[in-house]
Ligand binder design. Structure first.
Ligand code: BES
Ligand code: MN
Ligand code: MN
Length: 463
């Protein structure tokens, strides 16, 4: 292990330069105008894997963007770790809010990252974190210290729902045989409070449309006489939460697994500082479901949020008009054991039922996914915990996250494999937001911690 860590220290600067090169390619999966760049990223990644000693490297075509596969099987009787990550990124907009261009990475110091952070779309989610695995692998291979087999499966459609990954996994059971899946696409509590993610929320995402009159109308001539789709949509959306901020869709909470008091007490031990939270977001109070803490609201409780809403006149000045249509995109974050399809159906039935006369409502479902929880008494969790303890000098705490990685539940169903979520990002890294960044401390800590995971995991399985 000494040689591996020495190799990392000796090659740190180059690792960062290589990451910066990867971040320069705008691999935005949601926008077809970047298709060439997304593919280019897959090629660069495949070359990078080959270069550091991966075998059977293949750019696996799908109906969408390819999946990059590569492996190194040193001995079939040893355990196999399957590393998953994604090389696609979210769109950069609104681009005018970036302090430096999204695809021209620069290292800047911040209050939270005094040693510097690299600013670019995908820096944390997930190129920076995925690339830590490539460099940790390189370091283990070059220092002759790879203790077990490794397989890489890096996809290019995570940010758009991973539809083709599901098909790939179904068709490649044998190639993907492994003992455990390792993913770095989540975060830690703070740089001095290491944590391991033990849960992810599920997701149901819908788009709604309210149509009133067949054309835009003069709001003086027709105002007060017909249903205004924007007024109606606002009212319908407002009615989806009650005065306690509970979601009003009948049956929505029926399958929600409630945590025991003991589990809630355990959760409350995380050193959440409300003051810092308010300050970082420039708000004067938190807001949410009555009876739950902010940590709970953001992880073990389901939510419903409007992600976008539009319609009518939004140009300069005032235009007196009643729009013919109004639209919104709505996400529901789900917890165990809510079923995304069932929740989408419940939403559909309810939303249709509250549409007033004089309007037509349409609900279109988008991608979704199930929540996932990982046990903390498994060999994989223990190995991860030991690895973090080694490099951070502190035992990590288990934390359930509010984000979603729908493929984690899918991997378990399809491959029968548990996932270890060894993330190193911070909530303040602005993923999906302007000025996304990833701390150099976090990048290097990740590269240092991953080989320890491999080491402890192999050792624990031996005994
Ligand atoms: N890496 C994130 C999810 C995440 C981030 C989980 C931080 C926990 C902590 C992932 O890339 C993502 O953005 N997922 C989407 C869902 C997906 C189906 C588009 C999400 O959570 O909105
Ligand atoms: Mn991600
Ligand atoms: Mn993401």
């Amino acid at each position: 292990m000494k040689a591996t860590q020495a190799y990392i220290q000796a090659n740190k600067e180059r690792f960062l330069e290589e990451l910066i090169d990867l971040l320069r390619i705008p691999s935005v999966s949601a926008d077809p105008s970047f298709a060439g760049d997304v593919r280019k990223t897959a090629e660069v990644l495949a070359e990078g894997l080959k270069h550091v000693g991966a075998e059977n490297v293949e750019i696996c075509e799908t109906a969408g963007y390819p999946i990059v596969y590569g492996d190194k099987i040193i001995d079939p009787s040893l355990p196999t770790v399957l590393v998953y990550g994604h090389y696609d990124v979210q769109p950069a907009d609104p681009i005018e809010l970036w302090t430096s261009p999204a695809f021209e990475p620069v290292v800047k110091k911040t209050e939270i990252h005094p040693e510097g952070a690299v600013f670019a779309r995908g820096a944390c989610d997930d190129k920076g974190q995925m690339f830590m695995h490539v460099k940790a692998f390189e370091s283990m291979v070059k220092s002759d210290a790879l203790p077990c087999n490794v397989k890489f499966m890096i996809e290019g459609e995570e940010e758009v729902g991973s539809e083709n990954l599901g098909i790939f996994v179904k068709n490649n059971h044998e190639r993907l045989e492994a003992d455990i899946i390792l993913v770095s696409d989540t975060g830690i509590f703070a740089n001095d409070v290491p944590s391991i993610t033990t849960g992810l929320r599920g997701l149901s995402y819908v788009e709604v449309e309210v149509t009133g009159p067949n054309r835009d109308l003069h709001s003086g001539l027709y105002g007060g006489c017909v249903a205004n789709p924007i007024n109606i949509l606002s009212k319908m959306i407002a009615s989806l939460h009650d005065e306690n901020n509970k979601i009003t869709i009948p049956g929505f909470y029926d399958k929600v697994v409630e945590l025991s008091d003991a589990e809630r007490v355990e959760m409350a031990k995380a050193p959440f500082k409300k003051e810092g939270y308010l300050k970082a977001l420039d708000i004067d109070e938190v807001y949410g479901e009555a009876g739950y803490s902010t940590m709970e609201r953001g992880s073990i409780r389901p939510t419903l949020d409007v992600n976008g809403i539009w319609g009518g006149y939004i140009g300069e000045g005032a235009k007196t008009v009643i729009a013919s249509q109004a639209f919104a995109k709505i996400s529901m974050r789900l917890v165990p054991d809510q079923d995304p399809e069932e929740i989408t159906q419940l939403f559909y039935d309810h939303f249709m039922s509250i549409a007033p006369v004089g309007t037509r409502v349409k609900v279109t479902p988008h991608h979704g996914g199930e929540a996932a929880v990982t046990p903390i008494d498994s060999v994989g969790y223990k190995a991860a915990s030991m690895a973090y303890e080694k490099t951070f000098g502190k035992k990590p705490i288990p934390v359930r996250s509010g984000g979603s990685i729908p493929i984690v539940a899918m991997f378990e169903k399809e491959l029968g494999l548990k996932t270890i979520l060894m993330g190193f990002g911070l909530d303040s890294d602005a993923i999906h937001s302007p000025n996304e960044h990833y701390g150099l401390f976090n990048f290097y800590k990740g590269i240092e911690t991953i080989p320890y995971f491999f080491h402890y995991y192999s050792e624990l399985l031996k005994s």
